[in-house]
Design a binder for this molecule. Sequence first.
Ligand code: P5A
Length: 435
Amino acid sequence: MRLSRYFLPTLKETPSEAKIASHRLMLRAGMIRQGAAGIYSWLPLGHKVLKKIEQIVREEQDRAGAVEMLMPTIQPAELWEESGRYDDYGKEMLRIEDRHERRMLFGPTNEEMITDIFRREVKSYRDLPKNLYHIQWKFRDEIRPRFGVMRGREFLMKDNYSFDLTAEDGVKSYNAMFVAYLRTFARLGLRAIPMRADTGPIGGDLSHEFIILADTGESEVFFHKDFEQLDPMVDVDPSSDLQPIVDEWTALYAATDEIHNADDCDVTDGDLKTGRGIEVGHIFFFGDKYSKPLNASVQGPDGKNAFVQMGSYGIGVSRLVGGIIEASHDENGIIWPEAVAPFKVGLISLNTKKEDCVAACDKLYRELMDAGVDVLYDDTNERAGGKFANMDLIGLPWQIALGPRGLENGVVELKNRATGEREEVALDAIVARMT
Ligand code: P5A
């Protein structure tokens, strides 16, 4: 992509409304713009990162045997009356009336809707287990939308719903998601700790929040120091018995301040760490909390009908964009982990007045593109200093700079954004180096 054609409205000044690094950097790097409180447009650079995160989340869901679908954002009020949550949800739910005076709402979550779909189609235990997911926008009319996409009103969530005949099988589905979440966050370059947590308006009594550590996190968290030793990239067959892995991760103490109680916590002071964290995922097993009121039952092998046992599992896809930046930035800007970087390489043309230099940069750009390298080519007439600063701000993993002096010597300067290391690489070797 040529920067001259792209839409990247970066800001030099720090926007005063942004209180935390990720919000400031997302605005400055031209990733988002606010439409209304807690509602954002995703500009091209932000959109690219959002899609990359979404894809990693999707791959791990698919690997774990979940099946993708798509439910609408708008839901009828009646379903929520059936579950009893229409009133419970209070002002956080955005209620809408259509032209026929039908009561609708912008979905804050989809337990009711998926249970309705399920009850119409599935009648026998033979069709179980099922685990269905979608990646869809949600609306929660938060009292205090803040920190940019971290606590938005409109936000993108991956949510899935598992259906099993027995509670025992339900826990197996829960475990599969637990392990999928460990892998998902590890692939995103994050260290997420599963913590025992409050279940809030979703309900149930088995639940874990996946929390990444960051000073600007909204919750205070307490966890055993040995979490740092565990490897989250568990490479197992998702259909095997995952209980030992879950046991290993849940044997260590970790809890949010909502449920942490110093008296119950048996971790010695030296082993207990405390910090602030960002909740990037939350999983629940709630048995028949929704299937019972919505009458979603299946016939068991004994011929008797039983309410289906359900769980739900959420990942804050748009929140993760901010979360990753909180975990990975410096005073100059964002440092994208390669897995979610909007482009792998930024190519900087140092002198756009010299024809041979422009020709060499254009050629290198084409070669990188042909080799399948995702590259953002700064072909604009900005000063070199401004170009370097901009590249640092948007945080692409690699920067390649080519100017008249390099061209004379047949070299480019390659910079690693994360380490800051610079080296000269032969012009005819740089494409291979980037693939
Ligand atoms: C699980 C999936 C649920 O809604 N129902 C379907 C369950 N859980 S949750 O914890 O309430 O939300 C899941 C994840 O969504 C993110 N999230 C938010 N992100 C940005 N802005 C918000 N206002 C917001 N609220 C929730 C979090 O990452 C949360 O873990």
